[in-house]
Design a protein around this ligand. Structure first.
Ligand code: SF4
Length: 210
C-alpha cells in the first residue's frame, strides 16, 4: 500500500466520518472482528468474495456455531428462496453488518453496484454498525475511476462467478446490456456519514475479491 495514497484515503474517510483500520494481511482480521463484534450480537452480511477470501465469513460461522453471535446466514445450505428473502429483510435489524465494496476512492467514497440491492440498502440504513472489508486492489483515485473499475473488472467478473449469460461474461467488459440476467441495477456512492463512525472500512494490503 503506497503511503501517500493511504494518507489521502485516511484523511478523506475521516472527513466523511468513516473509520479506517489498515491491516497487513487477512491473518489480522480475527482480532479486529473480536474488537468490533460484541458477544451476543446479531450479525448479517452481504454477498462478497472478499468476506470469503479474507476468512471473515469462516470466523462468523465459527462464532455462530459456538454461540458467541447469532449469524443471519444467507449462505446456509438447503435454504429456500423464501427463507433467504426473509434473512435479507431481517438483516436490517442486525447489530453489525459486514460487506465489501466494488471500489474505494482515495478521496473517501465507497462505490457499489448491486443487482438485488439488499447489500447497499443495509449499508445505507438499518444495522447499527457496518464493517466494510476490502483488499487494496479496490483502491482507485476518484469516482470516475471507481465507475470504470466496476465496468472493466468487478461487474464482468461477478457476472461470470454468478454464471450469468450477460454479454460482459464473454467480452470481459461492460456492454451496458439490457439482458434479463443483468447484475448492475443500483449504483451507490457512500460519502459523508451523519452517523459518525457507524461505517468502518477495514483495508487489507492484499488482493481480495473483484
Ligand atoms: S450492465 Fe450488463 S454488461 Fe454491463 S457489467 Fe452489468 S451485467 Fe455486464
Amino acid at each position: 500500500m503506497e503511503k501517500e495514497s493511504l494518507n489521502r484515503l485516511s484523511a478523506a474517510l475521516g472527513r466523511h466520518q468513516i473509520r479506517l483500520t489498515t491491516l497487513n494481511s487477512s491473518s489480522e482480521i480475527r482480532a479486529v472482528l473480536e474488537k468490533e463484534i460484541a458477544p451476543g450480537s446479531v450479525v448479517a452480511f452481504g454477498g462478497s468474495m472478499t468476506l470469503v477470501e479474507s476468512g471473515a465469513l469462516d470466523i462468523l460461522r465459527e462464532w455462530n456455531e459456538n454461540g458467541r453471535i447469532a449469524l443471519l446466514d444467507r449462505g446456509k445450505p438447503g435454504l429456500s428462496q423464501e427463507e433467504i428473502d426473509d434473512l435479507l429483510r431481517r438483516s436490517f435489524f442486525a447489530d453489525v453488518y459486514l460487506a465489501s465494496v466494488n471500489a474505494l476512492t482515495e478521496d473517501g467514497y465507497l462505490y457499489n453496484v448491486d443487482g438485488n440491492g439488499n447489500r447497499v440498502a443495509a449499508m445505507i440504513f438499518g444495522p447499527k454498525k457496518v464493517l466494510v472489508i476490502a483488499g487494496t486492489n479496490k483502491l482507485v483515485t476518484d469516482r470516475e475511476d471507481a465507475v470504470e473499475r466496476v465496468r472493466q473488472i468487478a461487474a464482468p467478473q461477478n457476472a461470470k462467478r454468478l454464471h450469468r449469460d450477460t454479454p460482459c461474461t464473454k467480452t470481459g467488459h461492460c456492454c451496458d446490456c439490457l439482458h434479463p440476467e443483468r447484475i448492475c441495477c443500483s449504483y451507490t456512492f457512500f460519502g459523508m456519514q451523519r452517523d459518525k463512525n457507524r461505517m468502518h472500512v477495514i483495508l487489507i494490503d492484499e488482493v481480495l475479491g473483484y
